[in-house]
Ligand binder design. Structure first.
Ligand code: FMN
Length: 206
């Protein structure tokens, strides 16, 4: 059974995996975060710059930044992760962040992956690059990922953004599914979600 206390604390962590300040994948991530916030979920954001570069390079698992990262992930009901495609996979910076997590850090959490790439050719980077890593971290409820090309997420020199309508619809659908899974009407007593409802919502297990 769901409890009002749990409902009030539905939390999402949005992890931006691009090293770029003007980042298309982060635009999609923030778009998703905005929808979730308007739906009443609490959304925290974390970027590569929130963890000292030294800790990422040295894999400083015991450092305070890694401890804080693990605490934020542990407290989240859902995690949205975005990345650019770099050399046919997700960014090395994001991998360095994920390397600081506990081996089963994503168990019981709903995960939504997002990526942008220069061309449609690396659409499957999410499937073959990121999703196996998420799976290794215990994620069993990974929503259909959203991939967009650079032409579908336009940034101008002032940082204004425009998301292609078709991408926006796919993103909205995935975010809708995520919020259905973590919002009050889902019968939960812990971050282990109802599998029947997950199947109906289009999530899949890996
Ligand atoms: C180092 C580097 C490697 C890249 N490798 C690929 C690639 O293999 N395939 C691809 O489609 N795009 C590739 N791109 C293009 C980026 O994935 C694309 O511009 C993406 O939208 C950048 O996301 P961001 O703005 O969030 O950083 C690469 C870009 C850089 C800088």
């Amino acid at each position: 059974m769901s409890s009002p206390r749990h409902q009030a604390h539905a939390r999402v962590l949005a992890i931006a995996g691009s090293p770029s300040q003007r980042s298309r994948s982060s635009v999609l991530l923030r778009h998703a975060a905005g929808i979730l916030q308007r739906r009443g979920l609490s959304v925290g954001e974390l970027g590569l710059r929130d963890i000292p570069a030294e800790d990422l390079i040295e894999g400083n698992y015991a450092g305070p930044a890694a401890n804080a990262l693990r605490a934020r992930v542990a407290a989240a009901d859902a995690v949205v992760i975005s990345s650019p495609v770099y050399q046919a996979s997700f960014s090395g910076g994001l991998k360095a962040v994920l390397d600081l997590l506990d081996p089963k850090a994503l168990a019981g959490k709903v995960v939504l992956p997002i990526a942008t790439g220069g061309s449609p050719a690396h659409l499957l980077a999410l499937e073959y690059g990121l999703k196996p890593v998420l799976s290794a971290l215990g994620a069993r409820h990974i929503l259909a990922g959203v991939y967009a090309t650079d032409t579908q997420v336009r940034l101008d020199e002032f940082g204004a953004r425009e998301i292609d309508g078709e991408v926006s619809r796919r993103l909205d659908d995935s975010v809708e599914r995520l919020s259905e899974l973590v919002l009050p009407r889902v019968a939960v007593s812990s971050p282990s979600y109802d599998l029947g409802r997950l199947a109906l919502a289009g999530a899949f297990s890996v």
